[in-house]
Design a protein around this ligand. Structure first.
Ligand code: HEM
Length: 445
């Protein structure tokens, strides 16, 4: 009896060390089973790491959504209006008009980006101290930032809460830590519909007002807010885990901060996988042909590990030309995608804004964490925010944070398994992407 009790206690106490990993593996198996095995992993058997960029940049690797079962899942997560999300529009006039509008909204002089980011950061940090979740701390900041980019006026509190609530809902669903709340997302669509005439650049005239609202919601109030919040949460987690890097970053010039950002994005790329549907045959190496209609899944984390010595180690020196003998262009590093195939339109603006916010955070605070830091960041980045000049936390506070994080991981991984399985099933049932293209095969691609 005693042995049984001791064994049960041992199994229970060790749960955080083995259960989450197993549950994640099971979730991946369930996803693959439901999605089928249509996808071609890159790098993989057909395409080596050396050919990764070449295949990604191939003109025939340009189908975005149509024809991939995987798209039904992304459209489900990004609803409402996923058919107007820039990332998921097929090449054509509509895509060009939308991409042009995004470029116009993002074409802000550097000084103005810095000032806007700094101002939004100062507001978000006002009174912030103690234990925070970095992603939650960042969401209202980037909600206000995006609002000002789009409307060129300060963001009202009500709008900030709507935008942050919407972005939170999307990212929680994407990570399977929560379900979709469509009424919350619809409220933002209605709000944007009422403000279309206030957008500071002309919106594509051939879109209906509803389509214009969906476009803004998808690109500026989902993607921009989610990506910037996640990127900053990763960067601040890295600084919290590397006190030496944090101290250097405090007085660093732009170049050094850029190396820290580049290395953060190498280790924790925001995209796990980006997919493309091939619209023609692609020949690789002169012998293998990838046929039209294939779904290519470009694996960012794997590409970013290849070709680096000790790839799991955080080392900003890899991007310092004085230390590294490879020019940055030749490194396997594509945090904003590949230039030839619909890269991120914010590739110039994002690092400028990130540097400004980092400086504002470090000006007033020291960051400390003992929580786990993984690419998908399901714990939202637990961190201690200590006003500068105040004493560092004791060992007990950090031990408590670590223990709590581990146990949360057990519960969360089970939640993710259940909610993820449900959403994959629900998305396959709704078939949003497949049905969209079945209804309007001519005009929208
Ligand atoms: C640090 C922050 C960001 C990172 C690391 C990032 C990363 C990326 C990557 C890797 C892609 C290409 C994926 C692919 O090939 O399918 C992408 C596409 C995109 N990103 Fe970003 N992004 C960031 C911020 C933003 C922001 C602030 C916006 C706001 C406008 C944005 C809007 C988009 C759009 C619209 C696309 C699709 C482009 C197209 O298909 O034409 N991103 N992003």
């Amino acid at each position: 009896m005693l042995i049984a009790i001791v064994l049960a206690v041992a199994v229970l106490a060790s749960l955080p060390w083995w259960l989450p990993g197993r549950v994640v593996a099971l979730r991946v198996r369930v996803f693959n089973r439901i999605n089928g095995d249509e996808a071609i992993p890159v790098p993989g058997d057909l395409v080596s790491v050396d050919r990764f960029k070449e295949v990604y940049s191939h003109p025939a690797a340009n189908g975005r959504s149509k024809g991939a079962a995987l798209s039904d899942l992304f459209w489900y997560w990004l609803s409402p209006g996923p058919e107007m999300h820039q990332e998921h529009l097929e090449a054509g006039e509509r895509y060009d008009a939308v991409a042009r509008t995004t470029r116009a909204l993002l074409a802000v002089p550097r000084g103005e980006v810095e000032e806007l980011a700094r101002r939004c950061a100062a507001r978000a940090l006002d009174g912030a101290r103690g234990t925070v979740r970095l992603r939650d701390l960042m969401m209202p900041l980037w909600a206000e930032f995006s609002y000002e980019l789009v409307f060129a006026e300060p963001c009202p509190r009500e709008a900030r809460d709507l935008i942050a609530g919407n972005a939170n809902d999307v990212v929680a669903a994407l990570k399977c830590t929560g379900l979709r709340h469509m009424e919350r997302r619809d409220r933002l669509t209605r709000y944007l519909l009422g403000r279309l005439s206030r957008v500071r650049v002309p919106l594509p005239p051939d879109l209906t007002p509803r389509e214009q609202a969906f476009y803004l919601q998808g690109t500026f109030f989902n993607t921009a807010v989610v990506q910037m919040s996640e990127a900053m949460a990763h960067l601040l987690m890295v600084l919290a885990q590397h006190p030496g890097v944090q101290d250097d970053a405090r007085d660093a010039d732009d170049r050094h901060l850029d190396h820290v950002i580049a290395e953060t994005m190498r280790l924790y790329p925001l995209f796990g996988i980006a997919h493309r549907v091939t619209t023609g045959d692609i020949e690789v190496d002169g012998r293998t042909t990838i046929p039209a209609g294939s779904v290519l899944c470009f694996n960012y984390p794997e590409f970013h590990r290849a070709g680096f010595a000790d790839p799991d180690r955080f080392d900003p020196g890899r991007f310092d030309p004085a230390e590294s003998f490879k020019p940055a262009k030749e490194l396997n590093h594509i945090p904003f995608g590949v230039a030839a195939n619909r890269p991120c339109p914010a590739w110039r603006l994002a690092p400028i804004a990130m540097r400004a916010v980092t400086r504002e955070v470090l000006r007033g605070h020291t960051l400390v964490t003992s929580a786990a830091h993984t690419r998908s960041l399901p714990n939202r980045g637990p961190c201690l925010l200590i006003p500068r000049g105040e004493p560092a936390p004791g060992r007990a506070a950090l031990a408590w944070m670590r223990l709590r994080d581990r146990w949360e991981d057990v519960w969360r991984s089970l939640v993710q398994l259940v909610l993820g399985t449900y959403m994959v099933w629900d998305a396959r049932r709704q078939r949003l992407c497949e049905r969209h293209f079945a209804q309007c095969p001519v005009t929208h691609h």
